[in-house]
Design a protein. Sequence first.
Length: 325
Amino acid sequence: RQASPKQTEVFGPGLMCVQAFTSTYFTIVTRDDHGRQVVPLKQTPETPLQVRLFDENNDEIPFNLFDHQDGIYTVSFIPHQNGRALVSVGGMPVDGSPFLIQVQNKPIPAVEESFLSAPVDFKAKVGGHVQYFVNVLDSQFDLLSCFDHSYTVLARVFHLSPEEFQSSVPTEVRVNENGLYSVEFTTDRAGEYVIYVSINGTDMTPFTLQVPREIEHGDSIELSNIDHHNSRIQVVPFGSNRYNRVGYPIILLFHARNKNGELVQTASRSISGVITSSQGVYQVLLIQRSRGEYVHWFTPVVSGEHTFSAEKISTTFEATEAASA
């Protein structure tokens, strides 16, 4: 079958608002007159796939064309300024060609500084709806909105189990009113979930979520080996947030130790905690990051005194108003 210029699709982040001097790409899916994917595209002198990229000075932009051998092609390039992409099949431009390449010179997301956070009242449970916010920061630790800056977030979630090793979980990525992406899925069973998130094609450190099994009558989660005299709580400001500013993330750490001072883990690999402030009382779940170390991301929304308590241990910290520009 031959590809049709009217049915062939061209899409991807490289044809959106892209960052200057940053690698990007777009995808070409060749289809015939009936909309069926052409596998592979019949490359004859009469029906070649042709791609050309030009900047605003009409100079050609170098690119790489990768053939996936299934009728799908990836065009990768590094734009320096605005331009256009010409895509044709059989000498005829595909619908929408030429495509605009819009380049901006705004702060680049710092993937290594970005992180996921959950609502303060989130508690993992079987059958629960999970929503993680993707907090994209730049190199100055400023939060970026996708409405003002160019970045795209993709996510995959897997459930780990001895029987299946890992199974894919239906996942939805949404853009919220404030310009932040959220990753949403349902925890249909207990166990460990791994969340993979990429920003503009660069992977963040995988994030894990432990969902405890439902407690049946007569059953209990073993916490008795945690000694509150040897265990301790830390409140760790994130990045440049040295003053626990309102609207900026804080890391709550719980180091669980037994009477011998040894780090221990709970059966559910999670510990419940409470945050109290002038806004109210919130139940939070600290997830095991390593043996004996449990973590929860918290973003204060009001100034003043906050108390964080877990396993008969508590600490108090002040949240301050963010400095005005």
